[in-house]
Design a protein around this ligand. Structure first.
Ligand SMILES: Cc1ncc(COP(=O)(O)O)c(C=O)c1O
Length: 377
């Protein structure tokens, strides 16, 4: 059956799962640039960094108990900084159900030479969260971006845990209501739900994480960009905008644009509502098509941001063809699943996407599927 090419395209065909679509209305000339070309330690530079931190704190409703700072190396930098500075004094449990969680397992085993308990699940599933031993430090991704599987909530994180919870929450922050009292360490990058740029990570530390930093010194060397302690005390400057090394003020200004956009919409609830509406629009597309399915079988743990879809009969080559056809038509960019995931599509439903654009995508998926199948014959 031939499907005719749809007449209307998504107005913004940006469906990549990172870096993600810019906020609607974003344009480079809308960024404040007074801080560019100035020292990041000037009064102005420090004020802009502090403003970004204050906006994040306000939007995330971060309790006063938790610190929030800007660090180098995007989400990876922030998460590895936490691993390198805090692990090694307790047994470690790593949860992995897709490639990013698996990356932290590799760090723990091969780099830090820890012997963690590893709880794994295949793509599309979650490991048994009830099996986690909270006397250990626990590493996990809140939203596994390459499988579209997230933890449903924070109820499985023990309130009276002895170990620390380390959440790589990069595709989750601003998309879900995160229970800060259950989170000792969280990391994210602006490039996801906010539609910001990569390059900088955000590190959130609860009081028990700070206590760990203040009472434990790891046995391995720490590069300067990981050092959160200075002269025996926590380097509080990191959490007020005195970054460890030089930040990109352009990236910071871009993040401020996104945060102010989010605030103008109504804050965290508005961002979450947008993610949910987008995921619901995509759900309807999936429900109407027998050949499309969700990789995440259980709706409770199905991502509302990085939604991963199965495509009947499609191998990697078919998916590549579909993605190339959609890109060629400027109908959808970057929708092939991650290279480590089973062949399928991945469509970002984060807050910077418009629901109308998800809706407009349905007929284009039909067209690309039919064309790719024809080329395969
Ligand atoms: C769950 C998760 N962790 C870590 C990363 C790495 O993020 P970054 O490239 O910002 O360091 C990503 C990127 O997609 C991710 O989705």
């Amino acid at each position: 059956m031939t499907v005719t090419k749809p007449g209307t395209r998504p107005a913004r065909p940006y469906f990549s799962s990172g870096p993600c679509a810019k906020p609607p209305g974003w344009a480079p000339d809308r960024l404040a640039i007074e801080s560019l070309g100035r020292s990041h330690r000037s009064k102005l530079g420090k004020a802009r960094l502090a403003h970004a931190i204050a906006l994040m704190r306000e939007l995330l409703r971060l309790p006063d108990t938790h610190r929030i700072g800007i660090v180098p190396g995007s989400d990876t930098g922030a998460f590895e900084m936490a691993m390198w500075t805090m692990l090694g004094t307790r047994h470690v449990t790593c949860l992995a159900w897709e490639s990013f969680g698996e990356g932290w397992v590799t760090d723990a085993v091969k780099q830090l030479k820890l012997e963690p308990t590893i709880l794994r699940a295949d793509y599309g599933k979650l490991p048994d969260l009830g099996a986690v031993d909270w006397s250990s430090d626990v590493l996990f991704t809140w939203n596994g971006t390459t499988s579209g599987v997230r933890v449903p909530d924070g109820g499985w994180i023990a309130e009276d845990r002895e170990g620390l919870s380390f959440a790589d929450a990069t595709s989750a922050v601003f998309a879900y209501d995160l229970p800060w009292d259950r989170i000792d360490v969280a990391t994210f990058s602006w490039q996801k739900v906010l539609g910001g740029e990569g390059g900088h990570g955000v590190l959130i530390l609860g009081p028990r994480a700070v206590e760990r930093l203040e009472t434990y010194t790891p046995g391995w060397p720490l590069p300067k960009v990981f050092r959160l302690m200075a002269k025996g005390a926590l380097n509080e400057g990191v959490f007020t905008g005195e970054t460890i090394n030089t930040p990109s003020m352009l990236v910071v200004e871009d993040a401020i644009f996104a945060l102010e956009w989010a605030k103008g919409l109504g804050g965290a609830e508005a961002l979450r509502a947008r993610c949910e509406a987008n995921a619901a629009a995509l759900d309807r597309i999936v429900a109407e098509r027998a050949w499309l399915g969700h990789l995440a079988a259980d709706p409770a743990s199905r991502s509302k941001t990085s939604v991963c879809l199965t495509v009947e009969g499609a191998d990697e080559a078919t998916i590549k063809k579909m993605a190339a056809l959609l890109e060629g038509e400027k109908a959808a960019y970057d929708v092939a699943g991650h290279r480590d995931a089973p062949p399928g599509l991945r469509i970002w439903c984060g807050a910077t996407i418009e629901s109308d654009d998800i809706e407009a995508l349905g007929p284009w998926l039909d067209w690309a599927y039919s064309e790719a199948k024809k080329q395969n014959q």
